[in-house]
Design a binder for this molecule. Structure first.
Ligand code: KG4
Ligand code: ZN
Length: 358
């Protein structure tokens, strides 16, 4: 079964053809990073007009690279949300038009679920229950997945996403955008034990995450030690490398620490780590270590499938398609889409309390 995946939720226009949810026939990604870099972050208006320019040639290239005719596809899967509304709309409108013209079924995909399915390639099949850490520029959540397609959020960030924290700290250090890969690179020359950045404490005891305090701690450290950001295109000083390494270690410790606590409680059979930040080698090593300690496999997407791509959207779309789900042409972009179809016990308790108070 061939699924054409289309992704345009943020700053990558992507299309891919995937067979049976696991075999990539083609995956084409046009990144706008070079354009947005000039502004130090994604500019939504520019992103949507770039998607508009790119989407048609990218989809055509994906079909050509797969060496198929577009009529051979069985369905079209498109990212419906969450993301930037103008960006999402380009992909959704294009996919709907294509589905209409070709008389092909259409499936709407949650972008975050796409990241979960990115491990379907190049890894053995996931055994459930699974525990999935999805860490990107926009999202940081840990999902308990008792069976395929069932999601319960068991940890979420209370403020910044982990990738966002990497990007903001990189900006403070004068390192450019996107921050994650640059911080990882210069952290290799730094001492991760040099600065003991604090771990956030969540006062209600839930296994949630928070990165804004860490970001403030880095800003305070820079101010108190009178460290200037790196000048444009200069070599980073040892001090900056040490800050990058210590910051990265603090983020990794927070993420893997939460995974460890939840793995102890939920006894999963597989650990999944996906999303842009899953490119980070320090995170991969610590998560793999955790998997070995618990005695279960840890699956990551390869680097080109960790950041936004359409192969993962096609894989998630395939699962929904074989379940018989179909979107109608009235489907539209939904920036509020959440990946949670199982309630968490704490949420149930809270809902009861609210009802009682009312
Ligand atoms: O999944 P993604 O491509 O887009 C979103 O859905 O957000 O993730 C992009 C994020 C950016 O914040 C980027 O800084 C981060 O992933 N990232 C990394 C690394 N590579 C990308 N963070 C840490 N280390 C990396 N090597
Ligand atoms: Zn993403």
């Amino acid at each position: 079964m061939l699924i054409l995946g289309i992704e345009s939720s943020c700053d990558e226009t992507a299309a891919a053809v995937v067979r049976d949810g696991r075999e990539i026939l083609s995956s084409v990604i046009s990144s706008q990073i070079d354009i947005h870099r000039n502004w130090g972050g994604v500019v939504p208006e520019i992103a949507s007009s770039e998607h508009l320019r790119q989407i048609d040639p990218i989809v055509k290239k994906a079909v050509a690279d797969a060496r198929i005719s577009i009529n051979e596809i069985d369905a079209i899967a498109v990212t419906q949300g969450p993301g930037l509304v103008g960006s999402l709309l380009v992909g959704v409108c294009y996919a709907k038009s294509l589905a209409y013209v070709l008389s092909k079924p259409l499936v709407g995909v949650n972008h975050i679920e796409g990241h979960v399915y990115s491990v379907n390639f190049e890894n053995p099949a996931v055994e459930f229950p699974a525990l999935a850490l999805i860490v990107s520029g926009g999202h940081t959540n840990i999902f308990h997945i008792p069976e395929e397609g069932k999601y319960r959020v068991v940890s979420r960030t209370r403020d910044d996403a982990a990738g966002e924290a990497f990007d903001k700290v990189a900006k403070m250090l004068g390192l450019g955008y996107p921050g994650g890969p640059i911080i990882e690179k210069i952290a290799q020359q730094g001492d991760a034990k040099k600065i003991n950045f604090p771990q956030a404490k969540i006062s209600d005891g839930r296994p949630d995450l928070s990165f804004s305090g860490l970001k403030t701690a880095v800003a305070r450290y820079l101010r108190e030690n009178e460290i200037e950001p790196m000048p444009n295109a200069g070599e980073p000083s040892q001090e900056i490398c040490d800050i990058a390494a210590s910051f990265q270690a603090a983020v990794v410790k927070a993420l893997v620490g939460r995974m460890e606590r939840l793995a102890g409680e939920l006894e999963p059979r597989t650990l999944i780590v996906a999303g842009g930040v899953a490119c980070n080698l320090a995170l991969r090593e610590r998560a793999e270590e955790l998997g070995r300690k618990v005695g279960i496999p840890t699956y990551f997407p390869s680097k080109h499938l960790a950041t936004d791509n359409a192969a993962m959207i096609a894989a998630a779309g395939h699962a929904h398609f074989v379940n018989g789900e179909r979107a109608t042409l009235s489907m539209t972009a939904d920036i509020t889409l959440r990946l949670q179809n199982l309630e968490n016990e704490d949420d149930q308790l809270r809902a009861k309390r609210v009802k009682y108070r009312l």
